[in-house]
Design a protein around this ligand. Structure first.
Ligand SMILES: NC(=O)c1ccc[n+]([C@@H]2O[C@H](COP(=O)([O-])OP(=O)(O)OC[C@H]3O[C@@H](n4cnc5c(N)ncnc54)[C@H](OP(=O)(O)O)[C@@H]3O)[C@@H](O)[C@H]2O)c1
Length: 332
């Protein structure tokens, strides 16, 4: 089958080529890929930035989000049948959605929201699960609380703003000047244009911050939180609890302890919590998110759709860091 293959890690690596058909395990569904979402995670994996955390065997088929049609199911699968339209973020050790077909554990799959086309659906799983796991699971965001969502115009931010509004929160976000009206349209109550204003000076007494930016933004975010606030970062640094959850060895756990020492100490002093989140595949949560999409509580935002042949350009577009919503490739 045709796939986008990484033979060696490095910037600009990856090519379209032929790979063997995926092997179907008893609990798997075989999905014919119609569209695949492209994320910064793909380019980071391709560039070798995740070698320690995610030790893939090369050649690797890249791709972490998919929408498509079930072709076959393993003997232990009860929830899905051939012909079902589905979407998924396959678990981290079984990625490979930039391909004509992929076998995915049924626990990671949900029926595609009926209202969405394949391209829209493919843009959702990784970013919506991230927003859900950050705001609902980790921060336990409640109605009436104040949340700051950084980079509101990006893949994660566009969904996180809408989810936070749905949960009844007051939402502030940061974005560039040209995206201010766009994020207001998604529901943001307060918008800080990071090119002209400093969020640290204008926002006070927030309950939750979702950080997806650099270390300086993370540190400044502490000053926005009131006592008891929760700082959740999806862009690092990883903390010891994450190392434990991932079952990483003692040495790597110690590295993570050191990397996060400063922010954990600063957070403790301010009586706020710090958590690093690395999102996980979860078909049940995707089903709940699908309900919100079908009820129009949230909507996907597509920046650009590329044909599969232009996979390298799609990745390059994501790497600019300027995407407004999501980038998707159509495979079928
Ligand atoms: N740990 C996890 O589980 C997890 C999951 C998903 C994503 N992530 C990480 O989270 C980060 C964001 O992911 P994403 O998919 O949302 O990225 P993205 O879609 O590429 O983000 C692009 C957006 O970021 C905005 N932006 C850039 N610099 C900014 C700044 N200084 N302040 C405010 N906005 C800024 C840009 O707006 P302008 O064009 O206006 O600058 C653009 O709209 C990535 O590093 C990704 O790897 C982690």
């Amino acid at each position: 089958m045709k796939a986008f293959i990484v033979d060696r890690y490095g910037k600009g690596s990856g090519r379209l080529g032929q790979m063997p058909e995926p092997e179907l395990r008893p609990g798997d569904v075989l999905v014919e890929v119609h569209a695949a979402g492209v994320n910064p995670l793909d380019s980071k994996i391709r560039n070798g930035e995740f070698k320690l955390l995610l030790p893939y065997r090369l050649p690797l088929v890249l791709g972490n989000e998919v929408a498509g049609v079930v072709l076959r199911v393993g003997p232990a699968v009860q929830r899905f049948a051939p012909g079902d339209e589905v979407y998924a973020r396959p678990r981290k050790d079984r990625i490979g959605t930039f391909a004509e077909r992929i076998a995915i554990d049924q626990a990671d799959v949900a029926l595609k929201p009926k209202r969405l086309g394949m391209e829209e659906a493919a843009s959702v799983p990784l970013v919506a699960l991230t927003a859900w796991q950050a705001l609902v699971e980790t921060a336990k965001l409640e109605r009436g609380e104040k949340v700051l969502i950084h980079a509101g115009s990006g893949g994660v931010g566009t969904i996180a703003i809408q989810l936070a509004k749905h949960l009844g929160a007051h939402v502030a976000t940061t974005t560039g000047s040209s995206n201010v009206d766009f994020v207001k349209g998604l529901g943001a109550d307060v918008v800080v244009d990071y090119r002209n204003e400093d969020f640290e000076k204008t926002l006070r007494d927030y309950d939750v911050v979702l950080n997806s930016l650099d270390a300086q933004t993370l540190r400044k975010s502490l000053n926005v939180l009131g006592p008891g606030g929760r700082l959740v970062s999806i862009s690092g640094p990883p903390d010891p609890q994450f190392a434990e959850e991932m079952g990483l060895n003692w040495g790597i756990g110690q590295v993570m302890r050191l990397l996060s020492h400063r922010i954990r100490t600063a957070a403790r002093r301010r009586r706020v919590s710090y958590s690093f989140l690395f999102m996980k595949a979860n078909g049940d949560q995707l089903r709940q998110i699908g309900g919100l999409l079908d009820e129009r509580k949230i909507r996907p935002v597509l920046d650009r759709v590329y044909p599969f042949e232009s996979m390298a350009e799609a990745l390059a577009h994501v790497e600019t860091g300027r995407a407004k919503g999501k980038v998707v490739v159509t495979v079928k």
